[in-house]
Design a binder for this molecule. Structure first.
Ligand code: KMT
Length: 208
């Protein structure tokens, strides 16, 4: 698929110091798109609508989702990662390798990732290797699929319903950015999930 680049300059917020050329909000290699129904069986395929319907920057912005890119092949990549860490006020990161060969209970884990859920904390991921899909609920509840690959950074706000899967290669390495005492607990979509204070806060924030 032809690479599509979308640029929105962050300089307006003066956040990025002197390497303005490499970090952009909504600078994603592949457009996000409104997706067709997906099941656990076909979710590792692209699951595009036919005809395809790209999601615009505005569709992601409206739900508080931010995407940007870092270049792992640039010698200064650490500076860019540090800037993201600072911008989002995260003080820790770890690395997760989602891979059938090495991850214990891989199918069970993938079922958990692909079950629609929310967290009390925002989800910040930088993909180091492989291809995966973050699915997020759009403004009118339609699923928007964000394809991610090496260098892609995704910010999902706390309280947003979302899910994740690898593609069929089943081999994704990602950095997870978090603050101390991260709250990893997932609340699956349910009355209980809907009642979480963070969900109510999120809905307030995106309707403002
Ligand atoms: C998690 O909680 O580790 C995840 O969100 C899985 C996706 S990381 C690419």
């Amino acid at each position: 698929m032809a690479a599509v680049r979308k640029h929105m300059d962050l300089n307006t917020e003066g956040l990025l110091g002197n390497r303005m050329d490499v970090l952009w909000l909504f600078h994603i290699e592949e457009m996000a798109y409104f997706m067709a129904n997906a099941t656990r069986e076909n979710c590792q395929d692209e699951c595009r609508l036919s005809p395809n319907r790209d999601a615009a920057e505005e569709d992601l912005k409206k739900i508080g989702v931010e995407c940007t890119k870092v270049d792992f092949d640039d010698a200064n990549v650490q500076e860019d990662l540090d800037r993201l860490i600072k911008k989002y006020d995260m003080n820790f990161h770890d690395e997760v390798h989602i891979c059938r060969e090495t991850m214990p209970n891989f199918d069970e884990k993938l079922n958990i990732f692909f079950e629609e859920h929310l967290h009390d904390d925002a989800e910040l991921r930088v993909i180091k290797h492989g291809v995966g899909y973050f699915d997020v609920r759009g403004k009118n509840e339609q699923w928007i699929r964000i394809p991610v690959r090496r260098g892609d950074f995704v910010f999902l706000p706390a309280g947003i319903y979302h899910r994740f899967t690898t593609d069929r290669s089943e081999d994704v390495v990602a950095l997870r950015l978090f603050r101390n005492n991260p709250k990893w607990t997932a609340f699956n979509r349910s009355e209980d999930g809907d009642k979480q204070p963070i969900r109510e806060q999120y809905l307030k924030d995106v309707s403002a």
